[in-house]
Design a protein around this ligand. Sequence first.
Ligand SMILES: [Zn+2]
Length: 430
Amino acid sequence: MRILPLLALLALAAPAEARLSREERAMAAAVDREADRHVALLERLVNRNSGTLNLAGVTAVAEMMRAELEPLGFEVRWVEMGETGRAGHIVAAHRGRGRNVLLIGHLDTVFEPDSPFQRFERAGNRATGPGIGDDKGGLVVIVAALRAMQAAGTLSDANVTIVLTGDEERPGAPVAIARRDLIAAGRAAAYALEFENLARDDGREFGTIARRSSTSWTLRATGRTGHSSGVFGEGLGYGAIYEMARILDAFRRELPEPNLTYNVGVVAGGTPATIDEAGFRAAASGKTNIVAETAIARGDIRTLSAEQEQRIRARMQAIVAQHLPRTDAELVFAEDGYPPMAPSAGNRALLARLNAANRDLGLPEMAEYDPARRGAADSGFVAADVDTLGGLGAGGGNAHAMGEWVDLDTIPRQAKRAAVLITRLTRESN
Ligand SMILES: [Zn+2]
């Protein structure tokens, strides 16, 4: 009777890697062996500016990724996206047997060539640089995992597709063309893994099974203009600014519900009021004694599911339609938004597979991250068609800001998880 607890203790005390197969141990060892190579690749990728609108830079980073992927046996295609005003995408295929696993990342960053933030810098196991976590760290995790698979012999017959978009931070238009290849790859895949930043909180690492959408909107209110002494009266009515205020206040009071946010980012009103074509710079003039003719506001909404997105859009339109006397207003949603990656049983099952890999690697279990705290990403374009897991890239902070950084220790950890997970998924039976 004493032998059982003893065996249980021995099992607990056994080195974690003993739970990996021989091939999986070889993959983990290959990742560790190449740690310096990963950092060197990250430095080169970061030091090549690839702001979304720097088409030459995005193309150059694509060529650097081609140079990594072709020696691994990938057939690498560059899909030109000139018609959408963007550089293009990498679509790479490794033909093999078994289930197709799609890996998603992006080549571009939010830092254009005029940003003062351009260089990779390292201090110990922390490195800073533009796009270092979003998403160049993710590109390095993909390369590190695939190189480990090749070293261990598990890549040779694996069926893997990679899509690296060149415009994740500022998608080209129309989105139907800009995301055509990504959506098609998602439909053909059995699983999708997205290599954006690892979600972390107080040193704990989390799994990403859901992301909210991101859609921007423009609201334009109009009214009759005239002398302020007639405001609220039969002839002039309320003017554009009161109509705008009514609508925004009704949004604030009537729409709140879980997993939904909607922000107003800019507003201008007067006689006249205008906004530039990009929608960033608003201008207005007016006098205190003139009823406002025009008011313009722009903002966003973020939702957790397509159902919530459609329902909230309809409620916003219903609020807009209740015009004050002698006013009008129109709410337009942008067509280049990101759809949500809704939490699904299939996504949760993928996180369970990742946690099996964590257990076998001797790493702590990863809980689900609160989707309200995650931004939108390209995984939203495939998640309606294929089970998807996100956040498999590097961990760090300050994404999209000066001082963006990564914890370099997260790269080999994420690469080991990815190598084990990709290998197991491609070998899964139907
Ligand atoms: Zn990103």
